[in-house]
Write a protein that binds this ligand. Structure first.
Ligand code: 5AD
Ligand code: FES
Length: 357
């Protein structure tokens, strides 16, 4: 046991561990060790970001998807999903409301929907950039080619979220249909970073077929790739997918990994995800207490919210943007944190990496 506490100490000082050490840390975790880890994670988090929680306004603008990921509720084979797309005007209306509510980052997230060609997306990004010069624009549109990423960056998008889902080849193949490959996914992440985006990767915790070795692969990959943000949340089954009957990931392991990630890179932008809030009513608060510093409330119009269902029982599908905004603020104040009305950039960005606003 002593041994595992010293692993936490070394993770804190060195920012990494060896493969067998990460394995031992994860497998040997206890509630007491977790508290010790979270205490260290909060210390480094406070040193870098204080008690500020950064908000990202999530706009789920299309649930059409050409992909068929086995875990995902909006996979193309799910014929029960009621599909929708938001127009540029509808997206801008979400931003307007979000800006009034104090959001300074908008995340446009959607399935891989061919309707949103480069020209259309560039038009949308330009319009948001022009109307909200003080805001960061984050895209989460899945895999596109390098030229597409480049055009969107030049149009004004500066961050991109693309979870790698798992850094284990066999596991990736188990979660995805033939035709999708880990190599393509990692290639996209490399493209995004070399173009100049602040990049977020991430994975689900407890996805079918995931072993502790897979998690260690993820941690070592994150250490090497050095993303600006890492999104992790528990896997939650969706009733109309091949993984319908599978077990959900655990709250306890997810928050433990959040603590590890905070020590891996103290500057990391680390969201307490909606999936975490879905498996437990206080999941997001626990995530923040374990080292997370970002929350991504939903800004999508209420009329479409219950259609962007990646997994069952998603929270906030009936709530207005303003309700979520103030709900989050209450929740954060209740644990001694507060919402910052800022873009919430990665703390390690150099001057020229920050776009002039
Ligand atoms: N449970 C939890 N997270 C999921 N995602 C997709 N489907 C599920 C699910 N069933 C995650 C994936 C994706 C992100 C947008 O949502 O990691 O990258
Ligand atoms: Fe949506 Fe609490 S965050 S109601």
């Amino acid at each position: 046991m002593i041994n595992n506490y010293s692993l936490v100490d070394r993770l804190m000082t060195d920012g990494t561990l060896s493969r067998p050490e990460f394995f031992t840390l994860i497998e040997g975790r206890t509630p007491e060790l977790a508290e010790y880890l979270f205490d260290k994670a909060r210390q480094v988090r406070h040193a870098v970001y204080g008690k500020d929680i950064f908000l990202r306004g999530l706009i789920e603008f299309t649930n059409f998807c050409r992909n068929d990921c086995l875990y995902c509720g909006i996979r193309k084979s799910n014929l029960s999903a009621e599909r929708y797309r938001l127009s540029q005007e509808e997206i801008l209306a979400c931003c307007r409301q979000g800006h009034e509510l104090g959001f300074r980052t908008f995340v446009l997230q959607g399935g891989e929907d061919p309707h949103y060609t480069d020209d259309r997306m560039v038009g949308i990004v330009r319009a948001i950039r022009a109307a909200y010069p003080d805001c960061a624009i984050t895209l989460s549109l899945g895999e596109r080619d390098r030229e597409s990423y480049r055009r969107l960056f030049r149009a004004g998008a500066e961050r991109y979220l693309l979870r790698h889902e798992t850094r284990n080849e066999g596991h990736y193949a188990y979660l995805h249909p033939a035709g999708m490959s880990l190599r393509d996914r990692l290639g996209c992440l490399e493209d995004l970073r070399s173009i100049g985006y602040q990049v977020g990767c991430g994975f689900m915790v407890g996805s079918p077929g995931q072993t502790t070795d897979c998690l260690v692969d993820d941690l070592l990959f994150i250490k090497e790739f050095r993303p600006h943000m890492v999104g992790i949340g528990p896997f939650i089954p969706h009733k109309d997918t091949p993984f319908a009957g599978r077990e959900a990931g655990s709250l306890e392991l997810t928050v433990f990994l959040l603590g590890i990630l905070r020590l891996l890179d103290p500057k990391l932008l680390l969201p307490a995800t909606t999936a975490l809030g879905t498996i437990s009513p206080t999941g997001r608060e626990m995530g923040v207490m374990a080292g997370a510093n970002v929350i991504m409330p939903n800004l999508s119009p209420v009329g479409v919210r219950n259609k962007y269902l990646l997994y069952d029982n998603k929270i906030c599908t009936g709530d207005e943007a303003a309700e979520c905004r103030f709900c989050i603020q209450r929740r954060m104040l209740s644990i001694g944190y507060d919402i910052a009305v800022t873009r919430g950039d990665y703390a390690g960005l150099s001057g020229e990496e920050r776009r002039a606003v």
